[in-house]
Every structure is written in structure tokens, then in C-alpha cells.
Write a protein that binds this ligand. Sequence first.
Ligand code: 4NP
Length: 166
Amino acid sequence: MTQPANTYKVLFVCLGNICRSPAAEAIFTDYAHKHQLKVTVDSAGTSNWHEGEKADQRMRTHARSRGYDITSLSRPFLPASDFDRFDLIVPMDDQNYYDLRALARTQDEVDKIMKVSELIKSTSYTYIPDPYYGGASGFDLVIDLLEDVAENLCEHIAAIKHTLGK
Ligand code: 4NP
């Protein structure tokens, strides 16, 4: 019997959707491809402050120097459709996490939100620090942490598929 397409859908969320979550989208897409995982990846902001804008130039430049191409445009998180569309929603920090939880209407929706701390294993950071008001090192730190997140998320998804026998 032919297996149905089993694309796993992941949404990364931060405040502005111009620094951390678009970087997470680009980095995780790259890692998932290398792990040969079929995924759909997107990102969004808890605010609409930068809707329609490209990612922050500093974030794009740092990402490019590390081999990642950030192409997405900022959009706000849409509770009415995003909780349905995605299997897993990963906020970048605790404020994003609580903002999303407040928008969830059912326990199923709450259960789709995973704290990013569960995916950071190589350092003691429990969130992705906002680089927006800081210097260059903050953007490099975001990429370091998101590479760890991407690797661990690939393992998490591969384990789910194994459990489901897919
Ligand atoms: P992000 O960073 O949440 O990682 O996209 C920020 C971007 C913009 C602002 C704050 C954080 N802002 O205040 O406009």
C-alpha cells in the first residue's frame, strides 16, 4: 500500500519575525534537507510590526556568512489557521511561548507548542536571545543556538516517524 505523503509541518515563532524565527526557518530547512526529512517549514511573529518586510539585514548577512539564505517575509502568527496547519510550533523565547499559549483554544493546540529549551542541548541557554538591539555577536549566537535546535529537531522528527512506522 502506498504511504500517504507525511510531510511534517513546523512553524518557528518570535516577536518580529525578522531575526530569530526566519533564521530558524532557513537553518532548519537546510538541516532537514541534509537529514532527508520531508518537512514544511515556515515562521511568523507574535507581532505584526514588520509585516511584509524582509528579515533584518544584519540577520541575513550573518546567516549568509554561515551558508544560510534567509528569504522569507515577515508575517504575524495567525491563530485561526496556524494551529491547524502546523504539527509543531516552536517559539524562540518564554515570552513568545506564553503569548502563543494564550492564543491556543484547545489542549491539542497547546500541545503543538514546544519550548525551544527542549531542543537546545549543547549549551545552558534555555531560549534564543533577541539580537535586535545588540551587536554582531548576538547574531552569531542566534545561529549557533539554532544549529543545535535544528539538529535536535531533526532527531525528534526522525524518532516520531520511526514510532509511527513511516
Ligand atoms: P525577532 O527580533 O523577534 O527575533 O524578529 C526583533 C525584531 C524587531 C523588534 C524586536 C525584536 N522590534 O522591536 O521591532
